[in-house]
Design a protein around this ligand. Structure first.
Ligand code: CP
Length: 324
């Protein structure tokens, strides 16, 4: 299979072949000896702009490390200190970054669809680092890599993954549903009914593969992995239950992990509200893959940057040979 995508905006249409290609590349990059050059994936002179209009620790820093590991140069565009506060649009910002020779633009924005607007006006590759509650493609890819590595499996065929928490506001869940099911897993999404709104519509697109339930014990039965999502006090009004009630019914603790498979692993995209959606014991215990997820963010983002940049270079070569 040949990689032909120029942007990474969503993973909704990713096939298992797409996932294999990107995860295999990330795996190779992860296995290279420390300090070794990334060979054909190198991006010397390639400029990567990091435009984060929402806070981030893991995503922003791991994109920065990934780009530098490839020999690219990174530049941070801080929206509050940019001309965006003077009313410059995303489209204009994208055109200006293109004119300055940036090859990749990594964007996080609170508005759904902002990366698509940006991609229409940017001559290089746009990577969605999270748009509102809509999508977080590289998080889903690094979660999949983490699970495959932890389960020592080439795919998640026949596995079951439970995602529990505030689904309603989660871009991580909305991306993970597509990558996990495309890789063969069955997925159960679980939480208070008010935080599951809209997922019945998604489940109709994935018959027999995506299950929606507010019954945590039923969801956990036989699970290979449990992913908890952050609970925010200010967003609990949609859940029609208090944070205290949430903790009582849904917090992941050792007893609830025991309802899953005996070797079930725990994931969380971060940041964690310890004691709310998960106990410290589970989050930091032997079943936890939380720091593995963070580590895998770097090779996944290296693979994404390298693959997309290769497409842009190929498109430029094709254009110039057409002109000749
Ligand atoms: N998982 C994730 O997106 O974390 P950050 O918000 O710290 O980037």
């Amino acid at each position: 299979m040949t990689w032909t995508r120029r942007h990474l905006l969503d993973v909704e249409d990713f096939t298992s072949a797409d996932l294999d290609l990107i995860l295999d590349r990330a795996q190779q990059l992860a296995e290279r000896p420390s300090g070794a050059r990334p060979g054909p994936d190198s991006l010397p002179g390639h400029r990567v702009a990091l435009l984060f209009a929402e806070p981030s620790t893991r995503t922003r820093l791991s994109f920065e490390i990934a780009a530098r590991n490839l020999g690219a140069e990174t530049f941070v565009l801080d929206p509050p200190a940019s001309s965006m506060v003077k009313g410059e649009t995303l489209a204009d910002t994208a055109r200006n970054l293109g004119a300055m020779g940036f090859g990749s633009l990594v964007i996080r924005h609170r508005r759904w669809g902002a990366p698509w607007v940006t991609a229409r006006h940017f001559p290089g590759s746009v990577i969605n680092a999270g748009d509102g509650a809509h999508a977080h493609p590289t998080q889903a890819l690094l979660d999949l890599l983490t699970l495959r590595r932890a389960l020592k499996a080439d795919s998640l065929t026949g596995r079951k993954v439970v995602i529990v928490g505030d689904l309603l506001h989660s871009r991580v869940a909305r991306s993970n549903i597509w990558t996990l099911t495309a890789d063969g897993a069955d997925v159960a999404v679980c939480g208070p009914a008010g935080l599951l709104r809209g997922f019945d519509v998604v489940a109709r697109r994935l018959p027999g593969r995506l299950f929606v339930t507010d019954d945590l014990s039923a969801a956990l039965a036989g699970a290979d992995a449990v992913m908890a999502l952050r609970i925010q006090r200010e967003r609990m009004s949609g859940a029609a239950l208090s944070v205290g009630e949430y903790v009582g019914r849904y917090r992941i603790d050792e007893a609830r992990m025991a309802l899953a498979g005996p070797a079930a692993r725990f994931l969380h995209p971060g940041p964690i509200n310890e004691g709310v959606e998960v106990t410290r014991e589970v989050a930091t215990g032997p079943r936890s893959l939380v720091l593995e997820q963070v580590r895998n963010g770097v090779p996944i983002r290296m693979a994404v940057l390298a693959l997309l940049a290769a497409t842009t270079r190929q498109e430029k070569r094709d254009e110039s040979s057409e002109r000749r």
